[in-house]
Design a binder for this molecule. Structure first.
Ligand SMILES: [Zn+2]
Length: 299
C-alpha cells in the first residue's frame, strides 16, 4: 500500500504542470500577442480589449476587475493610453503584486522614447496624448526594445524558466529582424508618400517609413471630425494631394469616405492590432498585412 502511495506521489511530482507559471493581464491584443511569443507554455494571457475597441475609451467593468485579481503581471501600453480605466482596475483589484511600483506592473511605452510629446498641453482641447504618442508598437525597433524588457520581466517573475524565456526571446528577435529587412525593402517604394490619418495612431509607422502626414481627420487627438475641420482638410488637399487616407478598422470611416468621395483619394482601412483581421493573427502577420495593403494601393 505504502509503495503504491509513494508511486502516485512520484507520478504527480513528475507530471508536467497543467497550469501556466505566470498569469498575465494585457490591456491590448498586441501585448497579449507579444507575451505569448515570449512566454509560450509558461504564460496564460488575457486581453482586456479586442482589436475592434478604442483602448483610449474602455469601461472598467467588474469582469475586468476579476481578471486583474488573478494576475501576476499586468502588461499595458502606458503613456496615459489607459488613464481612464487602468488605475481604477488596479485599485479595485486588491492585488498587491500588480500595483504601479511592483514587478507585476509593466508599461511598454515607458521602455522607449516617445514622439509627439506636447510642449504645451491643453486638455480642454481634448488632447488625449498628454504624455506623448502612446501607440509605440508600430515602430518595429521600439517593439524589439520592449520585447527585451518584457522578457527580462518574465524571467524575474518566473526565474525557474529563465533559459526558456531567453530562448524564446532569441527566436522572436531573429524572426523580427529578418522581417524588418523585408519590410524596409517594401518601404523603399513608399518613401515620400503622403497620407491623411484619422487619429495619430500610425505616427511611429509613418515616421519609420518616411511617409508624410498632411492632416488628421480628428481636429485634436480624441476629438471626432467636424464638418468645419473636414472642409479645411479638403481645402488643404487641393494644394497637396495625399496618396491615401489611412484609418484603423475600429474607427468611424464616415469622414474618410466623405473626403475620399470629394478627392478621389483611396481609403485604406486596416487592422490596427492583432486579431483585427483574419490574417493578422500575430504581430508579424499584422505588419505583413499592412505592407500588402499599402503596396496594393501604390501606383
Ligand atoms: Zn491615441
Amino acid at each position: 500500500m505504502k509503495s503504491i502511495i509513494m508511486a502516485v506521489i512520484a507520478a504527480m511530482l513528475m507530471a508536467p504542470q497543467a497550469f501556466a507559471n505566470v498569469t498575465v493581464f494585457a490591456c491590448e491584443p498586441e501585448w497579449k500577442a507579444l507575451v505569448e511569443e515570449l512566454g509560450g507554455e509558461h504564460v496564460e494571457v488575457y486581453s482586456a480589449t479586442t482589436a475592434f475597441q478604442d483602448p483610449h475609451h474602455i469601461e472598467a467593468r467588474p469582469s475586468l476587475i476579476a481578471k486583474t485579481r488573478q494576475a501576476d503581471l499586468v502588461v499595458c501600453t502606458g503613456a496615459e493610453l489607459e488613464i481612464g480605466w487602468l488605475p481604477l482596475l488596479l485599485r479595485q483589484s486588491g492585488n498587491a503584486a500588480i500595483q504601479t511600483s511592483e514587478q507585476g506592473y509593466f508599461l511598454a511605452a515607458s521602455q522607449v522614447q516617445r514622439i509627439e510629446v506636447p510642449t504645451l498641453l491643453d486638455r480642454s482641447q481634448g488632447d488625449i496624448h498628454a504624455s506623448g504618442n502612446p501607440h509605440v508598437y508600430w515602430d518595429p525597433y521600439r517593439l524589439l526594445t520592449i520585447a527585451k524588457a518584457l522578457s527580462q520581466r518574465l524571467q524575474a517573475i518566473d526565474p525557474s524558466n529563465s533559459s526558456s524565456y531567453q530562448h524564446k526571446l532569441r527566436k522572436f528577435s531573429n524572426d523580427w529582424q529578418v522581417a524588418i529587412k523585408r519590410w524596409e525593402h517594401h518601404a523603399e517604394k513608399l518613401r515620400g508618400k503622403r497620407v491623411i490619418v484619422y487619429h495619430k495612431n500610425w505616427s511611429y509607422l509613418l515616421n519609420w517609413l518616411n511617409i508624410e502626414v498632411i492632416g488628421d481627420l480628428e481636429p485634436k487627438p480624441g476629438l471626432p471630425p467636424t464638418s468645419t475641420h473636414l472642409a479645411r482638410l479638403l481645402e488643404a488637399t487641393r494644394a497637396n494631394k495625399p496618396d491615401y487616407i489611412l484609418i484603423a478598422n475600429y474607427q468611424d470611416d464616415k469622414g474618410a469616405q466623405w473626403l475620399s468621395d470629394k478627392t478621389g483619394v483611396p481609403v485604406i482601412n486596416l487592422a490596427f492590432t492583432v486579431g483585427g483581421s483574419k490574417q493578422a493573427t500575430s504581430l508579424l502577420t499584422l505588419y505583413d498585412e499592412l505592407f500588402t495593403h499599402l503596396a496594393a494601393n501604390d501606383d
